[in-house]
Write a protein that binds this ligand. Structure first.
Ligand SMILES: Nc1ncnc2c1ncn2[C@@H]1O[C@H](COP(=O)(O)OP(=O)(O)O)[C@@H](O)[C@H]1O
Ligand SMILES: [Mg+2]
Length: 368
């Protein structure tokens, strides 16, 4: 999959700009705070509907303006695709795919897959289980409509179940919970099953990517921490049983204590938990390995690589790892942002270089 052009208007610090990308390696460079990450963010946002860093949509709109507009022309093996997005200050996003408005943002997913990595993604390794669930959710939602649907249903049911648990009418709770629990287990099982499959595929690929990046000194292992295994029916049954066991606790605490919203994935380096024992450098390499493995999972599932966005990661790696990363990235369209480029790490391969300054594309050159 690839993005051919990107147009942004009133997006972040861009008044109006158009980028044209090469199908291979693209480097956006410039001084600090000029709009490199903003351009990288625009690409991932158009592909997935998610901003990797904005907590509110209105942060995406150029200060003083009412709405931002973004569009891209992309290509996948199913043909050309045009994606347009409008983001208004009051936190509303609307999307058109090939000029047709989509009813839900989720319909965007799966058209042009993308994997985003920047230093902030270290939280994937370092921080709470929520960050790792988010990784699985964004990845799987791009790959599978049934996953996205199950996740949406599950989240709604979870919210309703939690609301019910806060009710003072115990009789009502006891009567209504079993109804919610059946639905909860059904969609929960679908999520767990797909996450288990995802981690089974991702694991060896991440191990391989990690060995490649680090020179094979340590071994990375990934394990699911959900504890639910087996077929969808078996998982649904186990979930329902656990809900029943935890019912009194749930009622006492006023929220749901079991289910895939509490899942985690374990990351082990030579058997030790990277989250706890890993150095900053080790954690960074693990996070990067996970993302590279993710691109391979996409490739296996969709038959083509996603658009890889590497924001500001080169400066944090030593020369050997930089070169290795670039070699992996050569398999797909890659957008790299960095403050300065050392051409030596790119080898002989041609690449497009774009210089941004103050929200403007100053120069775009191709080395071939
Ligand atoms: N909504 C916005 N309106 C105007 N400027 C913004 C907005 N959001 C971010 N910026 C500006 O964008 C700049 C940062 O751009 P960024 O792409 O993160 O820089 P870098 O080139 O270092 O990656 C900052 O100067 C910030 O103030
Ligand atoms: Mg940046």
């Amino acid at each position: 999959m690839l993005i051919k052009t990107l147009y942004v208007k009133n997006f972040r610090n861009y008044k109006e700009e158009e980028f044209s990308f090469s199908p291979t390696l693209n480097v956006i460079t410039g001084a600090n705070a000029q709009g490199k990450t903003n351009a990288a963010e625009a690409v991932f946002l158009l592909c997935t509907g998610y901003s990797p860093r904005a907590t509110k949509d209105n942060q995406l709109v150029l200060r003083g303006e009412e709405k931002a507009e973004l569009c891209c022309r992309a290509e996948s093996r199913y043909g050309e695709i045009g994606i347009e997005m409008e983001i208004s200050r009051n936190d509303k996003k609307s999307v058109k795919i090939n000029k047709t408005p989509v009813a839900r943002l989720g319909e965007l997913l799966g058209n042009v897959n993308s994997v985003f990595f920047n230093p902030n993604e270290l939280k994937l390794v370092k921080e709470s289980p929520e960050d790792r669930r988010r990784f699985m959710n964004i990845s799987l939602s791009q790959m599978s409509r049934t996953y996205l649907h199950a996740l949406n249903r599950y989240n709604k049911i979870l919210q309703q179940r939690n609301n019910l648990l806060k009710n003072k009418d115990l009789q009502l709770i006891r009567e209504t919970l079993p109804i919610w629990d059946a639905e909860f287990s059904r969609y929960g099982a679908r999520i767990v099953l797909q996450r288990n499959e995802f981690l089974r595929t991702l694991g060896p690929l991440a191990e391989e990517a990690h060995a490649f990046l680090s020179g094979g000194k340590e071994t990375l292992k990934i394990a699911s921490e959900s504890g639910y295994t087996g077929t969808e029916e078996e998982i649904a049954y186990a979930l329902k049983e656990d809900l029943r066991t935890a019912r009194e606790k749930d009622m006492r605490l006023g929220f749901t204590n079991v289910g895939p919203h509490r899942d985690d994935m374990k990351l082990l380096l030579d058997g030790e938990d990277v989250r706890i024992y890993g150095s900053q450098g080790q954690q960074r390499t693990v996070a990067l390995a996970l993302k590279l493995a993710e691109t391979e999972v996409f490739h296996g599932r969709a038959g083509e690589y996603p658009v890889l966005v590497l924001d500001d990661v080169l400066s944090e790696l030593d020369r050997v790892r930089q070169r290795r990363l670039i070699r992996k990235a050569e398999a797909m369209q890659t957008l790299i942002t960095c403050t300065s480029i050392d051409k030596r790490i790119f080898g002989e391969k041609p690449f497009r270089k774009m210089i941004v300054s103050g929200g403007k594309l100053k120069k775009s050159t191709s080395s071939d």
